[in-house]
Every structure is written in C-alpha cells, then in structure tokens.
Design a protein around this ligand. Structure first.
Ligand code: BGC
Length: 766
C-alpha cells in the first residue's frame, strides 16, 4: 500500500497474505478479509466509478458526525451520497445505518465508520503521552491492537489515531495525545501504533484502519493555544515535526488527517505542498486524507478561502479526499457547481474516490459490511484486556523522586494510611481525555487500587481535601457522561481542607493524589499556567507540614509546576492518566509489586515561563550561561527528557564505537555496558544521543538516535548495541535545501537520560 509494500511487490504481498493467514489460523479466528492485491483493488474501484453518478462520487467524499437519529443522514445514505459516519458506537445502530447504505443505495457501497479510539475503546489504556513514557513500542503496539479489537467488535472500521504531533509546549492541552517532544521517540511510537491498529495489513481481522494526525505542525500552536497558528522553520519542520508522520507512512498507515491550523500562513487543510508534494509526492503515501472536523469550512475563517464554494475547491485541490464535518459538508454543497464552472475536474473527484473506495475494498467492507452484534459483548473489557491495561499503566509511570528510598512501601510498615486529594477516588479523572465509550464502573481509582492491595493490612482512609473547578470552556465537556459534582461552599472548602490535613497528621503515611481533572488536558484544553490547579498546592504544603511521610502521585496529561514538591516531598510518581486499571497499577508500583521503569518523553519545565524548553536545542553564544538565561529562574528544566528513576540503580560503562573514523554512508556500531547495581530486577532504558559538532547548519546539542527498554536482574550486566548510519546521521540542511550527511566530528553519549555523561566520539569523512 505504501511505498514500502509497493516496492516489495507481488511476491512479498503473497508472503504477507500467507503469514497473516497463518496468524489467523493459529489464533483460531476466521479471516474477515484477505489482503487484496493492488491490481484487484484498482479494477474493482474502476468498475464502481464507471457506474457512479457525479452526486454519488461527491457523496463518497463526505463524512458526518452522527450523535442521534437523523432523517437527513438516512436519506443521504439511501441515495448513496455519504461515504462515512463518525461517533456511532452501538453495533445495532451501526448495522442499521449500514443496511441503508448497502441495501437501499443504487450501488450498495458500504459506509466506513470512524471513531476516536485514541487510548482504548472500552478498556481504557494510559493516555498516549503515558504510553510514550513506557519507551516500549511493542507494548504500545499490543495495547492499540486490543483497542482495535474492541472497537472493531462493535463495527468501527477506522480510528482517528495515532496522533503523532510533536509538542514542546505543555501549555498545549493536546500534548497528552502525542508522544512528546522528540522525533525519534515519536517516530517509534507512531510506527508502533500504526502496526497495532492495522495489524499485518489493512483489512486484517480484528483490526482497524489507522489515521495519522494532525498533518502537520499542529503541536507548535503559538503560545500553546489550541488551534492557533504554527510558524515552524524549515529546519524544524523536516527534522522534527514531519518525522513521526513519515515514520507512520513507512509503517503503512492507510489514512491521514489534515490539521486545523495555519502552517506558516497556509492552512494545513488547504496546503497543497503538504498534502500533495510532501505526502503523496516525496513519501508516496497511497491512502486517503480526511480533513479535521469542519476544517474545510474553516478555510474561510482563516481568510484563505473567499467563501464555502472556494473552500471546497481549495481543499480538494490541496489533496483532502474526504471532508469531516458537522451537519453538512462544503464538498456536498459545492463540488458539483465547481465542476460545472471548471474550477475542479471530474478526474480530481475520481482520484479522491479511488483513495477512499480503495480503502473500503481493502478493509473487506464490501464482503462483510455488517458486524456480528453478539460478538461485541464478548470482545469488550475481557480479563486479558484489563491485565494488558494494568501492565501498560505500570510500564508508563515515571518515578521522579525517591529520597531516602521511601518507595517501595513495605506492605506492613504503615498501620494507618491516609489517601488524600481530589483525584484519588475520581474514576473519570483516572481515565484521561478521549475516553468516550468506557464503562466507568470498571475503572479502578487510586483509592480502590490501594484498598485492593493494602486494605487488609492497613487502615486506609480518604479525604479529598480540595476540589478542582469542573467548569471548563471545552466543547468536549458536553460529551462527558459523568456529571460534575456540585461546587463546595466556602465553609465546606475550609472544612474539607482541615479534615484532610488532620487525617494526614493522624496517619503514618499519606498518599497524596494531585494533578488535573480529565478535561483540563486534551482538545481545547490549553492552560496558561502549569501550576497545580485550584488549591492543590495549599493542600500539598499543608499535608507536608504535618511532618509525616508523604508520597505524591500525579494524575495529569502535561508536566506541571511541581517545584515545591520536588524540594519537599520525598517520593513523586508521575502516573499520567493511567486508564481503567490505573489504581491497581499504581498500588503495585507503590508497594513494589511492579518497579517503575518509565522515562519522561518530554522535558519537564520548572514553570510555564520557560516554555518552549526541550533538550535538543542548539548551543549558542555564552554556553556556560545557557542554564542561567533568566534573572528570576534557572533556564534548566526541573527534570530532563528521558529521565526516570527506579527502585534499583544502574550504571553505564565501557562505551565503544566500532570505528572512530568512517565514511559518509557507512555505519558504526556503538556498544555500552549497563549494570543493575541494586537488589531487585528492574527495567532500564539505555538511550543513545549524538551531537554533530559543526556542519552546514548548527545542530542540536544532543539528539536521541536509539533506545531500548531492557530488564536486568539484580547485579546483572548487559551490553547494549546501537547502530549509527545514514538514517541516524543525516538531517535536513536548510542551508543546502537537502537531506545531508556531512563530514564532521560527532559526540556520542549512552546513558539513562538526555544528560547522560558516558561519552565517546567519532569522525565522518567524505
Ligand atoms: C479533533 C480530531 C478528532 C476529530 C473527530 C477534532 O476536533 O481535532 O483529533 O479526530 O475531532 O472527533
């Protein structure tokens, strides 16, 4: 499908088919589709196009949100004038809508049902930034395969994920949906998710079509304000923001979503350079492009299109095959007239149809348009899925501080444990953004998890202490199925705070669960400040003042200003929004039945005044003061990218570069020894960073070029291997307007985070 499989050719396609069939046979499933070859798909699509009217051709390019019954939608389906619906998740409803499309329309073309399956469908996994913190692409792939299995069991064929936007500004609420700041880690997570969602090939049984989004540059919204314009230099666009998208294309992603914002003054949804020249030209992407919701109509708002007819023409011309919209699409209202007036050609419409219909064929929708309604109940939230979600949450947590080895907690060491904080027993806030189809009763809060684990040995008591306002401007608040509790009166607020502090004072240990509510992170959920919301900071300091040991567990989707906690609270565990099994995972981690091994996928700033702040910056004038660029605060982060502690300790030694000097195009092998110097089995994530000392442009002070999550038994030592070749050493040079690998001297480091000190060097010659 993508460039890769095209290159591989028919023989390889046959091998893929056989191996996929073997997997299917081995797992005892019946294949719902078999990998069709490119020629067969083309033939089938052409045969359809020959019979389609113009209205039907345009109709396939429209996708509408559907929240309730709609006569308008039913009519359009019966006329064969709608290609896709999103946000329908009930299998019976999906079947009844599909029946109209397939049985009533002239050419029986099935719909493709889309939904935002971002971090789980019914079983909710940790949010994507958390999963990236696992630095474990195979776990992430397996998690998305489960999400795909659950979603496909109700009849969803297409997920609007993975979101692969690089984000270097934690004020931007959607940082929670991606893999953080780094293109290498982001690319690994992008490819892993595509493989997890789609399986071995598009149309694999129990899988769904993936959609990389938001193409491209959405994460660079000015000021971290969602939907605001992005202005991204050529250097950063190629070397940073576009890389994970390219990785997703290389992994065979079948669709892409065009982003909302202006990219360097040209809206992404009307950006022919992006959608045509880069995506289809340079990268040979063979899937189809859907707009973000209402983004085509927005071309008028941006002052790019003159009016809606113009917006439809510009988006189609740029390369948007399908328009996602609420109510009606600009395509369905305007493209027929645009053809009559010669602004677009029938060939352009057909080209977009080819991409959309080709994907429907590959997904096997023509053969199997309906979902087995009985299967849905069996496939959702199985015990295996819950175990996978718990393990994912354990592997995603990052231990930020552990003074005096307060963690892990001895199971019988504390007779009275206070569990304090507004998020400690909140199911919805344990899940995080983009959980729409969960069953809340299945969600294990931190309090419930701690009770499951330690309730029989210790007396566990709970007090929320403070509340966080749940009145948010986000349109997504309306979609939430949980009703916000009534706000406290001022007297109640005083009372609750006092109760919580008293509880902490009379207990042997306090587990404080702070952070942000679910809706504070995600779309339309940017924050100007990174401070703990509401009166959480006051609660934190008051609880610490009791003098009793305190463990801080953070539930959140972005780094927060925890400068005070980082000085005064001995143990801090970043648990993100950990999902359905979050509470059990956190209890396992706190009591040592799981050992933290996650690492930060993003630089952790001290406060919002420092952002954007990222490890891969350039070295500039006065490097000795690079960490002291402000009058009133250091310009170093609170915690560096890649950072995360364990209950054991690791040492790195013996860095070896196979060739101290080699030619452009050759590859060097880098090895280093990692030893678990502590008493327990645990995971470490060795990371390799390079720095090109000079060249046609200045290069970042460090760049991640490889990583591997490994498990080491107590006192075990392992040698890790990394390769440095053209893939790792080349970059887009804005000076040369080309991808280059340059003769230069390089530094290399291997270690536990982006401040690793184990150093080597090598030289590349012509
Ligand atoms: C978001 C997309 C999402 C779409 C459909 C948009 O508002 O930006 O990420 O896939 O809605 O829900």
């Amino acid at each position: 499908m993508n460039r890769k499989s095209k290159r591989i050719g028919a023989r390889q396609a046959l091998i893929c088919t056989l191996s996929a069939l073997m997997t299917v046979v081995a797992s005892g499933q019946t294949p719902s589709a078999v990998l069709p070859d490119d020629k067969a798909v083309e033939k089938r699509v052409n045969a359809l196009l020959d019979r389609m009217t113009l209205e039907e051709k345009i109709g396939q390019l429209s996708q509408l949100f559907l929240f309730g019954p709609s006569k308008q939608v039913d009519d359009a389906l019966a006329k064969g004038q709608l290609g896709s619906l999103l946000f329908v998740t009930d299998p019976a409803r999906i079947n009844s809508l599909q029946r109209i499309a397939v049985e009533k329309s002239r050419l029986h073309i099935p719909l493709i049902f889309g939904f935002d399956v971002i971090h789980g469908f019914r079983t909710i996994f940790p949010v994507p930034i958390a999963m990236a913190a696992s630095w474990d692409p195979s776990m992430v792939s397996a998690a998305q395969a489960i999400a795909a299995k659950e979603a496909s069991s109700v009849g969803i064929n297409w997920t609007f994920a993975p979101m692969v936007d690089i984000a270097r500004d934690p004020r931007w609420g959607r940082i929670v949906e991606g893999a953080g700041e780094d293109p290498w880690l982001g690319s690994a997570m992008a490819a892993a998710q595509v493989r997890g969602f789609q399986g071995e090939y598009i149309g694999s049984p129990d899988h769904v079509l993936a959609c990389m989004k938001h193409f491209a540059g959405y994460g660079a919204a000015e000021g971290g304000r969602d939907y605001d314009a992005s202005n991204i230099s050529e250097t950063l666009l190629w070397n940073v923001y576009l890389r994970p998208f390219h990785a997703a294309v290389e992994a065979g992603v079948g669709s892409a979503m065009s982003a909302y914002m202006d990219l360097n003054d040209v809206p992404a949804t009307g950006n022919r350079w992006l959608l045509h020249d880069v995506l289809r030209g340079d990268w040979r992407f063979q899937g189809f492009v859907v707009s973000d919701a209402n983004a085509v109509k927005s071309l008028v708002v941006h002052g790019f299109a003159k009016d809606l007819p113009d917006a439809a023409v510009l988006a189609l011309d740029a390369g948007v095959d399908m328009e996602m919209a609420i109510g009606t699409t600009a395509y369905s209202q305007n493209l027929a007239a645009a053809i009559s007036s010669g602004k677009v050609t029938v060939q352009q419409i057909e080209e977009a149809d080819r991409a959309v219909l080709g994907m429907k064929v590959r997904l096997g929708l023509f053969e199997h348009p309906y979902v087995d309604e009985a299967r849905a109940a069996r496939a959702l939230a199985t015990p295996e899925h819950r175990t996978a979600a718990r393990v994912a949450a354990e592997r995603s947590a990052v231990l930020l501080r552990n003074e005096g080895r307060l963690l892990p907690l001895g199971k019988t060491a504390y007779a009275k444990i206070a569990v304090v904080g507004p998020l400690a027993d909140s199911q919805v806030d344990t899940l995080g953004s983009w959980a729409f189809n969960e069953d809340l009763t299945e969600t294990v809060t931190v309090l419930a998890g701690l009770r499951n684990k330690a309730g029989s040995q210790a007396q566990l008591t709970f007090a929320p202490g403070v509340e966080i306002s749940r009145k948010f401007p986000s349109p997504f608040a309306q979609l939430s199925r949980s009703k916000p509790p009534a706000p406290w009166t001022p007297e109640q607020a005083k009372d609750e705070l006092r109760k919580a502090v008293d509880l902490a004072g009379s207990s042997d240990l306090t587990i404080l669960v702070l952070g942000e509510t679910q809706q504070m992170s995600g779309e339309s959920a940017s924050r100007e400040s990174l401070a703990l919301p509401g009166n959480e900071e006051q609660l934190l300091e008051a609880v610490a003042a009791t003098g009793k040991p305190v463990v801080l567990v953070l539930l959140n989707g972005r780094p927060l200003d925890i400068r005070w906690a980082a000085q005064h609270i001995p143990a801090i565990l970043e648990a993100w929004y950990p999902g359905t099994q979050g509470g059990n995972a956190i209890a396992n981690l706190l009591f040592g039945d799981a050992v933290p091994g996650g690492k930060l996928p993003v630089t952790w700033p001290r406060d919002s005044g420092q952002v954007p702040i990222y490890y891969a910056h350039n070295t500039t004038q006065g490097p000795e003061s690079q960490g002291k660029r402000y009058w009133d605060e250091e310009s170093t982060p609170l915690y560096p990218f890649g950072y995360g502690l364990s209950y054991t300790t690791f040492t790195f030694s013996n860095l070896h570069v196979s060739q101290p000097q080699f030619r452009i195009g050759q590859t060097a092998e880098v090895t280093a020894d990692v030893e678990n110097t502590g008493p327990s089995t645990a995971d470490e994530v060795p990371q390799i960073y390079i720095h090109q000392q000079y060249g046609s442009t200045s290069r970042p002070v460090r760049e991640l070029k490889g990583f591997e999550r490994i498990t080491l038994a107590a006192h075990e030592k392992k040698t890790v291997h990394f390769s440095l070749g053209s893939k790792e050493l080349s970059y887009w040079s804005a000076a040369k307007k080309a991808w280059v690998e340059e003769p230069a001297r390089f530094d290399v480091w291997v270690g536990a985070d982006s401040q690793a000190t184990l150093h080597g060097s090598f030289t590349i010659t012509q």
